[in-house]
Design a protein around this ligand. Structure first.
Ligand code: HEC
Length: 171
């Protein structure tokens, strides 16, 4: 084999390496995109926007994604006090994927947060939700702070009856 042929073979191999690594990179980013899309879907059908996205429940889910999960100042008033759905972008901001999964599988919160549904979600689903929340833009500001029982919240808020005594969960 002459030198020219050898060089061309090497050159050809180099091109192959570059091309295949390019394919791998492109493959990874489209897998990420799929995961983020799945996270968006799970957040939507999991009902998270209903409370954690401003106006979402009342405007038939038309709140733009740019505002999803930024928390809400609509209060949920009951014997537990008044709770406000926190800004989930801020909540995940300082958590690693593993910390989020652990939190999501174990956390308990005051009503009306359906923490028991979140606890029941599978790791793969929680992972996708995490990457979707992280992919959302500017985190925005904190929702109003929790008000202790008996403190009158400002409008707007909804009033709830007490849950049965044996079903009450302390934070
Ligand atoms: C019916 C309303 C409602 C729905 C639906 C809901 N949440 Fe919540 N969520 C709340 C409220 C209110 C709180 C704050 C409870 C408290 O102060 O103890 C909360 C708290 C949380 C927290 C704790 C945040 C922190 O800062 O401590 C997480 C995480 C969370 N929700 C995630 C979710 C996810 C994920 C979904 C969808 C699967 C979801 N929530 C659905 C109302 C809701």
């Amino acid at each position: 084999m002459d030198t020219y042929a050898r060089i061309s073979i090497r050159f050809f191999m180099l091109i192959c390496i570059f091309t295949s690594s390019g394919v791998i990179v492109a493959g990874e980013s489209s897998a990420d995109k799929d995961m983020i899309k799945r996270g968006q879907y799970l957040i939507q059908i999991g009902g998270c926007n209903d409370c954690h996205t401003p106006g979402y429940l009342m405007n038939s889910g038309t709140t733009p994604i740019a505002q999803w999960l930024t928390g809400d100042s609509f209060g949920w008033f009951g014997p537990w006090g008044t709770t406000y759905p926190p800004n989930l972008r801020l909540f995940v901001q300082n958590l690693t994927e593993a910390q989020w999964i652990k939190e999501a599988k174990t956390l308990k919160r005051r009503p009306p947060m359906p923490w028991f549904n979140l606890n029941a979600m599978k790791n793969e689903d929680l992972k996708a939700m995490y990457h979707f929340i992280k992919s959302l833009g500017a985190p925005g500001k904190q929702a109003p702070a929790f008000l202790p029982p008996g403190k009158q919240p400002p409008m707007p808020f909804a009033t709830f009856p007490a849950p049965p005594p044996d079903k009450q969960v302390k934070k």
